[in-house]
Write a protein that binds this ligand. Structure first.
Ligand code: ZN
Length: 165
């Protein structure tokens, strides 16, 4: 059996112990992101864009949902572990309508799945990130979500989602 340099130097048991310590340390000091949960894309009309996603890309829209408090209609497509979320404004004062007016249709936000949304928010705030949502709230697909301000994230509106179990 091959032994790595570090294993030969400090012993296999100690190596495993240090690895576990590092895991515990890391899990307490980062946001513990699992994967990209979805990409949010702002569109004027979901219906107008369905042929591109379904016929050209060959994806299947498996869910459409209206999120009343955000005044948007959403459509979801699964791509591996990640989803595409189309966002269509239902009123002119919705944030999506304002986004499209200012920047046109296109990528609106990136959403990361985290193992604990509350812990991730605390970590982000501790590291000086400006939070849009200080506490988790209800999002599409029965997920608990929270947004980080693009001023703190290099201009990318960032959403955190509690990992669905
Ligand atoms: Zn989203």
């Amino acid at each position: 059996m091959e032994t790595s340099c570090s294993e030969a130097y400090i012993g296999r048991e100690n190596c495993i112990f240090l690895y576990l310590c590092a895991q515990i340390y890391l899990s307490k000091t980062d946001m513990d992101i699992s994967h990209i949960e979805h990409l949010g894309i702002a569109v004027k009309s979901i219906e107008a864009h369905l042929p591109y996603y379904e016929t050209v890309l060959g994806l299947k829209c498996y869910n459409m949902e209206v999120i009343e408090d955000q005044k948007v209609k959403t459509a979801f497509f699964q791509v591996g572990q990640t989803k595409i979320e189309l966002l269509e404004p239902l009123s002119e004062d919705s944030t999506i309508a304002k986004f499209i007016e200012k920047r046109g249709e296109g990528v609106h936000h990136i959403a990361f799945a985290v193992h604990s949304l509350q812990v991730a928010l605390e970590e982000a705030e501790l590291k000086g990130v400006q939070l849009i949502d200080k506490a988790p709230r209800n999002g599409a697909e029965s997920l608990q979500i929270a947004f980080l301000h693009p001023k703190s994230t290099g201009g990318v509106l960032t959403e955190l989602c509690d990992l669905k179990i």
